[in-house]
Design a protein around this ligand. Structure first.
Ligand code: G1P
Length: 271
């Protein structure tokens, strides 16, 4: 069973400026609901019991969103509006599951994962990157099924246009296991087109082993000062840890860029 999920939320969101100069991108509404709530619901529906949010002082707004009790209570007393009550109850339900940890310097996804080290209890945990929404089919849920079947770590995978490989983590495939799953030999972060081993990209859903912390601890930052989760995964693969690329069947929406963000509202409105 995968009972814990982690969500890195300390990113600056520069691709969504100027909105993100004052606002947390993960709270921006997508068809009337913060993007983050879609991610939380994906976790709940996949059976996750605790979600660890990695935020920063700059992103304290995210914590406030879940801890604005006085505001709600005063309003509910005055207005008796059933909608407000329902929304408050939903927030309280989410809050029970959420734990906050801090990453005050943007030192990459690997560093964000390290901040959760002392809270991870089981052998495996789930990580969701909030820029990546997957609709129509719960990707985390189907990854958990593959995890159970193959008793290995799993990452979401999608075929991308060869021209865009330098935007993604790219898989070195080993062999096809069934319609949706491949075992992998490696993964390389944002390769140049001539160095890309395939056109299968990592999408932001990972079932990672607790062992990853020992690799992350010793990793040096890359040229941008970031510790890459991809590098820690490669080190585990070198140690014969089994990793699977899972071709999910849902629809991927990239909410981390302005065009993608605008499009995601349109796509969700069609559901
Ligand atoms: C991150 C990962 C990358 C992955 C991508 C998916 O990159 O490092 O391997 O392909 O998410 O969205 P980022 O989007 O943070 O640049």
């Amino acid at each position: 069973m995968i009972k814990q999920a982690i969500i890195p939320l300390a990113g600056l969101g520069t691709r969504l400026l100027p909105l993100t100069s004052v606002f947390a991108k993960e709270l921006l509404p997508i068809n009337g609901k913060p993007g983050l709530e879609y991610i939380i619901n994906e976790c709940i529906d996949a059976g996750v019991k605790q979600i660890i949010f990695i935020i920063s002082k700059r992103k304290i707004m995210i914590k406030k969103y879940f801890y604005n009790d006085k505001f709600y209570k005063d309003l509910i007393k005055k207005k008796k509006d059933p909608r407000i009550k329902k929304e408050y109850q939903k927030i309280l339900k989410y809050r029970k599951m959420i734990k906050f940890v801090y990453q005050n310097k943007p030192k990459g996804t690997g560093d964000a994962v390290l901040k959760t080290k002392k809270y991870i209890k089981d052998k495996y945990f789930l990580m969701l990157l909030p820029d990546d929404l997957i609709i129509k089919k719960n990707c985390s849920k189907s990854m958990i099924q593959s995890h159970k079947k193959f008793k290995s770590s799993v990452m979401a995978s999608m075929s991308v246009n060869k021209k865009t490989v330098s935007r993604w983590g790219i898989y070195k495939l080993n062999k096809k296991l069934n319609i949706t799953d491949y075992s992998i030999k490696g993964v390389i972060e944002k390769p140049k087109i001539e160095k890309a081993p395939s056109n299968k990209a990592v999408i932001g859903r990972y079932i990672l082993p607790k062992k990853i912390f020992s690799k992350l601890k010793n990793l040096k930052p890359d040229k941008n000062g970031e510790i890459q989760i991809t590098d820690a995964i490669q080190l585990l693969i070198n140690d014969k840890e089994k990793f699977i690329a899972h071709n999910f069947t849902g629809k991927y929406l990239d909410c981390g860029t302005m065009d993608g963000y605008i499009n995601s509202s349109k796509e969700i409105a069609k559901l």
